[in-house]
Design a protein around this ligand. Structure first.
Ligand code: FES
Length: 153
């Protein structure tokens, strides 16, 4: 069953038959659904005639696409050079510890947070930096993390 079917159909209609439109099509769908599920990729394939293998190939090749549901709040942990040398890894470890994220798991069980490691966020003078949704938090120390995360609960 496809959620937001009408909205998705409108997006597909906008791109159908246009050359080179698969990436922008998937981006728009992801902005509606927050991720690309297998049923959604199958639906796009049926509607557009694009082979499912091609859709899956694009969705798995580009890091901007997500194949799993995301949390309500997205935490981007900068791993650029300035942040890296200023302790980004300790910040990341502390975030994961506070959120009980183990191994490859990047989303909390309650789907409140998803943690991502990203390249330079463009505010290196504040290193180490994280962004939570559109909010920038800089000059971080591991001990600041719990207090910051509580604001988003
Ligand atoms: S390296 Fe982290 S903001 Fe630039």
């Amino acid at each position: 069953m496809i959620k937001n079917k009408n909205e998705i159909d409108q997006v597909i209609k906008k791109f159908i038959g246009k050359k080179g439109s698969l990436i922008p099509l998937l981006q728009e769908i992801q902005s509606i659904e927050k991720y690309l599920s297998k049923p959604m990729m199958r639906y796009v394939s049926e509607k557009t005639g694009i082979k499912i293998a091609q859709i899956y190939g694009v969705a798995t090749f580009y890091t901007m696409f997500r194949l799993k549901p995301q949390g309500k709040h997205i935490i981007r942990v900068c791993q650029g050079t300035a942040c890296h040398v200023s302790g980004a890894n300790q910040i990341l470890s502390r975030i994961k510890r506070d959120l009980n994220l183990e191994g490859e798991n990047d989303t909390t069980e309650d789907k409140l947070f998803t943690v991502m490691e990203v390249a330079c966020l463009g505010c290196c003078s504040l290193a180490p930096v994280i962004m939570i949704n559109d909010d920038t938090h800089g000059n971080l120390k591991p001990d600041n993390i719990s207090k910051i995360l509580k604001k988003y609960n």
